[in-house]
Design a protein around this ligand. Structure first.
Ligand SMILES: [Zn+2]
Ligand SMILES: [Zn+2]
Length: 155
C-alpha cells in the first residue's frame, strides 16, 4: 500500500466516528494507538505498537494497548493478520489487500494485485458457511533474506 498522505487523518476521523457511535470515550490512549498504527505500514505486532505508544504515554500498560487493539479489530477499523507460525500483526488499512511475509525476518509488506481481488468465492453449501471476504498471505523470502541464502550457497 502506498500510504495516502491523509490516511492517518482519515483513520482518526474513523476512530472518532466509531467511538461516538459506540459510546466509547475518545481517550488519549485510543488516539495514540490508532495514530501509531496509521502512520506505519510495516504491520507491527501488539508489542511493537505498545513500544511506540509507551514512548508517548509513559504510564500506559501493555494490557491496555492489547485490549484497545482488539477493540479496534472488533469494530472493523483495524485489521488483525493472524498466522499459525508467528505473532499476530496489525494493519490500519482495512480495505482489501494481500500480504507478503518473509519467513526469514518476518517482514510483512502489502500486495495489491487486482487479479487476486476477483477470485471466485467457493460455495461451501454443506456447512452453511457464508463467505463475506478474504485476504491472501503469501510466505516467502524478502530480497534481503533471499540474498543471504544465495550468498551462503555461493560460498
Ligand atoms: Zn526477510
Ligand atoms: Zn497490509
Amino acid at each position: 500500500m502506498s500510504l495516502h498522505p491523509d490516511f492517518h487523518i482519515s483513520k482518526m476521523h474513523e476512530l472518532e466516528q466509531v467511538c461516538r457511535s459506540k459510546g466509547l470515550p475518545m481517550t488519549v490512549q485510543r488516539r495514540a494507538i490508532m495514530e501509531s498504527l496509521a502512520v506505519r505500514k510495516d504491520h507491527p505486532t501488539a508489542d511493537q505498537v505498545f513500544e511506540t505508544v509507551q514512548a508517548r504515554i509513559p504510564g500506559v500498560s501493555r494490557t491496555t494497548v492489547y485490549r484497545v487493539l482488539e477493540t479496534f479489530v472488533q469494530y472493523g477499523i483495524v485489521q488483525k493478520i493472524n498466522s499459525p507460525l508467528a505473532r499476530a500483526r496489525f494493519d490500519a488499512d482495512t480495505a482489501r489487500h494481500h500480504h507478503l511475509r518473509c519467513t526469514g525476518c518476518d517482514v510483512m509488506v502489502d500486495l495489491h494485485d487486482p487479479s487476486l481481488d476477483r477470485l471466485p468465492l467457493p460455495t461451501p453449501v454443506d456447512n452453511g458457511f457464508q463467505i463475506h471476504d478474504y485476504t491472501i498471505s503469501f510466505t516467502g523470502r524478502c530480497p534481503r533474506c533471499a540474498g543471504k541464502v544465495d550468498n551462503r550457497r555461493g560460498v
